[in-house]
Design a protein. Sequence first.
Length: 271
Amino acid sequence: MAPSSNKVPSYASQFKYVDLSFPFENVLHVQLKRPPVNAFNEEFWREYGTAFDQIGQDPTVRVVVLSSAVDKAFSAGVDLSDLLALPRHEDIGRRALLTPAVHGVAFGLALDALGAVDVRWAAEDVAFSIREVDVGLAADIGTLARFPKLVGDLSWLYEVAFSGRVFGAQEALQFGLVSRVVPGSREKVVKAALEFAEGIARKSPVAVSGVKRFIAHALDHSVDAALEYQATWGAFALQAKDLSESAAAAKRKQKIEYENLGVLERRKAKL
């Protein structure tokens, strides 16, 4: 899959704090850009949500890499001058396959956002903190709703949430918050995440969508319920062209270019 010369989607120009580009076909790179540390004020937070709403309607996007365009931080969290203005109960989970490449400071709201994604990678220079406790809040936009299902040690989660202390990449890896630590800083982790995303974008969009939904559904349901859901969803997948085309391409020992997941198929994929 060749680079696409950083083409930009048609809806990219409406955003002030979010840069959108296609470094590879079907791979959208989303970069946060509110220097010096990407602190979220109300405008930035709403723009972030709007950007992902638009991305969710774009059938050409198969994988999203989320990173920061500033050297110092992924995000320092909430801009305290706008603390009370941010929506407190907005669900920031998204249906697109999302891989953040995190470096530098990642405090507070940055962790809320990371809890809602799929594959989390960090640069070795990252500094995480569930910082809300130090401004008189419990993290209420995702961290404490999602992290108990993500990390492998609730005692550790209580510790870092109660204290607000800073922890690094290796500790995050140890407890399952990230799955990979990339040596270096911003450029290295972004490069690694984009290469990973390019590989995933080559695979069947129906299959990738199924993997994401099966895992998410299984977290909140019994094994029997998960199997029933998967059978229902799988009936849709069997109607798609991807399986038959994959088998035919394998026999011919040829590579296959899958069609994008269409709007109708996306609706069915929400079963």
